[in-house]
Design a protein around this ligand. Structure first.
Ligand code: CDP
Length: 267
């Protein structure tokens, strides 16, 4: 009983200290020194899983994600195949050691939801109609996390799909935007996501057409705040997209197209 009271007191104290926190100071700097429209550092490496058709590894601040793509391949069990298009099966998982409290390895409601919305995003991007009766399997494993993992996962997976040579209308790139302490900020970290007035909006788009393929929202924003958040998100996504392209170029810059005997270009 006494410990419960102590815990309650501590959590009240913690939320009070979060209320008093200055999420953006007078110099326009956030708790981790970033400006309001700055993402955490992003590093992408292509081709990290030798047995996969395409793969990528990404570090986004503390978030670490690995993605592997298999397919298009036979869709099993057969009754799940679609004679008009490929089935995109996206699996988002968090490693048991990727969060402060051990994550249950069984997929929970959150993992299933993220996998579903991410599959739908890829169905917009991939020319699925070119591969009837097949499956495209995208597996993403989060190895370390600090908020923004669904977008980090999607960004990595898009690079892996491109590495697999699967034709896409466009790359998928994203960022989470939101609000903490009354400020509209880009790429919230866990501390900012836990602010008393926090709003978290993961957004992913097809960068060339700017079509939104994933949009979720925790919390409420006014219309004016939303317009500001959207503008900041789109600007940040352009930078993420550039990094995706650079990572792919890094792998393929040394591949030269050599003419084969049948006259077609072969790598
Ligand atoms: O990661 P994302 O922001 O896309 O999703 P979220 O549901 O808003 O989760 C925010 C963060 O909470 C994650 O990035 C993890 O760091 C953390 N988390 C956790 O500690 N334990 C879980 N079972 C799930 C998430």
């Amino acid at each position: 009983m006494a410990t419960k009271k102590k815990e309650e007191k501590e959590s009240k104290k913690e939320s009070k200290s979060k209320e008093n926190l200055e999420y953006v100071n007078k110099q326009g700097k956030r708790l981790d020194g970033r400006t309001v429209d700055e993402t955490r550092p992003i590093k992408i490496k292509v081709g990290v899983v030798p047995n996969a058709d395409g793969s990528a590894y990404l570090e986004w601040g503390q978030n670490k994600v690995i993605a592997a793509v298999y397919g298009p391949r036979e869709c099993l069990p057969k009754h799940t195949a679609n004679p008009y298009k490929a089935m995109v099966r996206y699996t988002y998982r968090m490693a048991t050691f990727s969060v402060p409290d051990r994550k249950n390895p069984r997929p929970g409601r959150r993992d299933v939801e993220i996998s579903k919305v991410s599959s739908e995003a890829f169905e917009r991007a991939i020319f699925t109609e070119k591969f009837p009766n097949t499956a495209i399997d995208i597996y993403v494993e989060v190895l370390d996390s600090n908020a923004g993992t669904r977008i980090a996962a999607l960004t990595t997976a898009a690079v892996a799909v491109a590495d697999a040579g699967i034709p896409m209308r466009d790359m998928i790139a994203g960022v989470a935007v939101g609000k903490a302490g009354g400020n509209i900020i880009v790429d919230l970290n866990k501390y900012e996501e836990d602010a008393p007035d926090a709003v978290d909006i993961p957004i992913a788009i097809l960068p060339n057409s700017e079509e939104i393929v994933l949009l979720q929202m925790d919390g409420l924003l006014s219309k004016k705040e939303w317009v500001e958040a959207r503008t900041k998100a789109f600007a940040a996504i352009k930078k993420v997209h550039e990094l995706q392209k650079q990572a792919l170029l890094e792998k393929y810059k040394n591949f030269e197209s050599t003419p084969s005997n049948d006259g077609s270009d072969k790598q």
